[in-house]
Write a protein that binds this ligand. Sequence first.
Ligand SMILES: [Zn+2]
Length: 74
Amino acid sequence: MLTASVLILATLAGYALLCAVKPFGPCRKCRGSGIREVRKGFKMCRRCHGQCYRLRVGRRLLNTSREIHRTGSR
Ligand SMILES: [Zn+2]
């Protein structure tokens, strides 16, 4: 049980570090290519707008919590 908790905490810490160091990850919809294959050919990826990268979920959480804190502590 202790090992499992440590493992989960280590994973969370690693993900938090990853979000701090590299806030952008490759887009999952287009796998970092920026274009999507559709029936008629290729289209620009709508999820990342052709930029190949998206903001990580953890980083978005951090940004949102910062925004809430900034708005509330004025
Ligand atoms: Zn994309």
